[in-house]
Design a protein around this ligand. Structure first.
Ligand SMILES: Nc1ncnc2c1ncn2[C@@H]1O[C@H](COP(=O)(O)OP(=O)(O)OP(=O)(O)O)[C@@H](O)[C@H]1O
Ligand SMILES: [Mg+2]
Length: 366
């Protein structure tokens, strides 16, 4: 069922309405604990919104989370928000479009392009597809909607709400997807992306926009259905941004937070044995190095690399500690994977590290 909604006041012509449809609340048990969110509550979530600074691994983590959920028997929809997508390559699948299509067994993917969401709405309203396409693809139109604040976020969140509420059929009211994973825009945009419903609700006194924004916000704030997952790298700037969105979410947005994912942690290279060997090598009384000069240079380079690796790991652990001491959340460490080919197998390996939250709610921990 589709319902009309008025969108951003500034769009005073063709784009003045969008649809939001789908069902309302579902009947999940509360899995969250007050304050920090227990890690196993992810097993019951229906919407995961993944955010973080640009390049921290949001898309990778979304893929890994989807695989973990699929292993736990869930039907997953992976949504990349924007006009370009990176997900299909990770799965070795065909490029994604606006309509969901399989990435692999049990996981569909879609590229949520806000302009296409707007077009979809307008087709629903105006009925003549060719006219709508002409208008939406027109540069002047794109400029006008490009400068209108809020519509993109609202229509994107509206479409996510629609997808979360889809049922398998008219009579079969079971959800089409057990879990929707959203690869949200990078943090700077991510905060404004998630802020719009609250701002709209604060500003508007009444009317259809208020009514339907309330439905979208109802999903975002629902502890039984939604988790915001922040991804960070164990480095100063990404940690700063992660803390920023953590505080914004806890104090202002009020979107229930899930575990924080600290991506690209260097795995321990070796135990105390390695450390003492490195020290001996540096003092020149370690194991004999090859006498051939070329190999000697390589051996020295390797020694320096091992030292740099250890140092990098030490700094990473400091960042991790800083994050852990400031957030009241589980912080899940995800290792840096050293590989020449970042493919589905790599993604499966990473999914083993994010799978705990799903497995915790299942009989079989896979
Ligand atoms: N755990 C990991 N180990 C090794 N490489 C990783 C890991 N996670 C991500 N990467 C690599 O880091 C790069 C950035 O990852 P990704 O594209 O997932 O980040 P993103 O946050 O989605 O970026 P953007 O903000 O540009 O969308 C990619 O080359 C990816 O293969
Ligand atoms: Mg990405």
């Amino acid at each position: 069922m589709r319902m009309p909604i008025m969108v951003a006041n500034n769009l005073n012509w063709a784009a003045s309405r969008l649809y939001l449809g789908g069902s309302g609340v579902d009947e999940l048990d509360a899995g969250a604990s007050p304050g920090g969110i227990s890690i196993d509550s992810l097993a019951k979530a229906r919407l995961l919104i993944v955010t973080g600074k640009g390049g921290v691994g949001k898309t990778t983590i979304c893929g890994a989370l989807s695989l973990a959920a699929q292993r736990a028997g869930k039907r997953v929809l992976l949504v990349e928000v924007g006009t370009k997508e990176n997900i299909s390559a990770l799965f070795g699948a065909d490029p994604l479009g606006y309509d969901p299509k399989p990435l692999t067994d049990g996981i569909d993917g879609m590229l949520l392009d806000p302009y296409l969401a707007l077009q979809e709405y307008m087709v629903g309203q105006i009925k003549i597809k060719a006219v709508v396409r002409f208008v939406v693809e027109n540069n002047v139109f794109r400029y006008l909607v490009g400068v209108a604040p809020g519509w993109r976020e609202l229509i994107t969140l509206g479409k996510i709400w629609v997808m979360e509420g889809l049922t398998r059929g008219k009579r079969d009211t079971r959800p089409l997807y057990d879990l929707v994973v959203v690869d949200a825009p990078a943090t700077g945009h991510g905060i404004s992306f998630l802020k719009v419903p609250k701002v709209v609700l604060d500003v508007l006194k009444f009317g259809p926009i208020k009514h339907y924004t309330k439905m979208v916000q109802g999903l975002l704030l629902d502890e039984k259905r939604t988790r915001l997952l922040i991804v960070s790298l164990p480095e100063e700037m990404p940690v700063n941004e992660a803390l920023e969105i953590y505080h914004a979410s806890r104090d202002f947005l009020k979107i229930p937070l899930g575990p924080l994912l600290l991506n690209c942690m260097y795995p321990a290279l070796g135990g105390p044995g390695l450390e003492s060997t490195l020290k001996k090598l540096e003092r020149g009384n370690g194991p004999k190095l090859p006498s051939n000069s070329k190999e000697l240079i390589n051996a020295n380079a390797l020694k320096a690399a091992a030292r740099a690796y250890q140092e990098r790991r030490r700094v990473q652990l400091e960042s991790a500690q800083r994050l852990e001491s400031e957030v009241d959340l589980n912080v899940v460490h995800i290792p840096y994977v050293f590989t020449n080919r970042f493919d589905l197998d790599t993604l499966k390996r990473i999914s083993g590290f994010v799978g705990g939250p799903f497995d915790a709610g299942e009989e079989d921990s896979g």
